[in-house]
Design a protein around this ligand. Structure first.
Ligand code: GAL
Length: 348
């Protein structure tokens, strides 16, 4: 028994020594910090906007924070195995932190395992791992927007529009709003939740709805155009509202409407990309939700650095689930801006 206990103690000590040996030393701000940014695909408009912002901001960020940073980007062609290899590469090159826009948000566990065994923190963003995955290790975080909030704000855009211009929305004056719905990728948290809350907000406001059709257009403008064209052929003037889970698919719907040579602008989107906002400003859409790409980039750089350098995260507004949610607001074709807090206050 004594021998066994001594053996167990020796084993535990050896494991501890190996673990300490693997643990990276804390880096000071004067030392260069290597950040690897992994993106699910190259041509996603909203995510590209975040990438551009990171590139644009990081020199200023270095100046303001007094740190030295090296930032590298990899694109995974929508293939999780490719992304896993890219992660291996960054880890073997001794990167200090990874910002990961997962291809498959249900496959975070393998990424976490790799990062954890190299003791490299991970900031996931935009494509949200399931809650249990984020709890697997204390050096994991998520930066994203709140899907429920964006869906609700999108619904409120339509409610407000209806209050102001009822006859423009209920075009056939039958007291029912006939709508179609453009959805993002089927497994993406933002598709499911935005769809649910945008529609529920309309119902809660007392609008009577009839869903004519809906379909998945994977966030992509051309797919949004193709589906809308199909619906225009099938339902024509019956369509009174097009709800889209993002701006690019809404822009696709506008393309379809323009090709169809009809006057129709009862379309709502989410993201607030420059193209989306321009369409709202020119009256081609009722409105969009701006989920600030600038803020996304700022928070990502800041959180990645602090996580890597093991500094305090105070002031970053991290929620209990280890996420930072980027604030958002809606903008409509009359140039009005609103945040959810304001809407709630008005209701009470
Ligand atoms: C969503 C965004 C989409 C698309 C997607 C990619 O949040 O609204 O436009 O970028 O993320 O994960």
């Amino acid at each position: 028994m004594v021998l066994l206990a001594a053996g167990a103690l020796l084993f535990a000590a050896a494991v501890g020594i190996i673990w300490l040996g693997n643990k990276r030393s804390r880096r000071e701000r004067s030392e260069i910090l290597k950040i690897g940014v992994l993106i699910y695909k190259e041509d996603d408009t909203f995510v590209s906007g975040i990438v551009e912002e990171m590139k644009r901001q990081f020199k200023d960020y270095e100046r303001e924070s007094g740190s030295r940073i090296r930032l590298d980007f990899s694109y995974a062609e929508e293939n999780q195995s490719i992304q896993n290899e890219q992660i291996d590469k960054y880890l073997s090159l001794d990167y200090d932190v990874l910002c990961v826009n997962l291809v498959d948000r249900t496959e975070a566990a393998i990424v976490i395992e790799k990062a954890k065994s190299a003791d490299v923190p991970v900031v996931f963003f935009n494509r949200e791992p399931v809650a249990e995955d984020l709890q697997q290790w204390d050096r994991l975080y998520y930066v994203g927007s709140d899907a429920k909030e964006s869906g609700t704000l999108e619904g409120l855009l339509v409610v407000d529009y209806y209050k102001k211009y009822p006859e423009q929305l209920d075009r056939n004056q039958d007291g029912v709003i006939q709508y179609v719905l453009l959805e993002g990728e089927s497994r993406h948290q933002d598709s499911l939740i935005r769809t649910e809350y945008s529609v529920q907000t309309l119902v809660d406001a007392g609008l009577i709805l009839e869903r004519l059709d809906g379909g998945i257009a994977n966030w992509v403008r051309s797919q949004g155009e193709a589906l809308t064209t199909q619906w225009l052929k099938e339902y024509g003037n019956e369509i009174e509202l097009i709800i889209s889970n993002n701006d690019d698919m809404a822009l696709g719907a506008i393309d379809a409407v323009e090709n169809w040579h009809i006057s129709f602008s009862n379309i709502v989107g989410i993201d607030g990309t420059p193209q989306g906002v321009a369409a709202v400003e020119s009256g081609k859409m009722i409105g969009t939700i701006v989920a600030g790409q600038e803020d996304y980039a700022k928070v990502l750089l800041d959180l990645a650095e602090r996580a890597a350098r093991e500094e305090t995260l105070d002031g970053l507004d991290i929620r209990e689930d280890k996420s930072v949610r980027i604030p958002m607001y809606s903008i409509n074709c009359d140039g009005e801006i609103r945040r959810l807090e304001e809407s709630r206050k008005e209701e009470n």
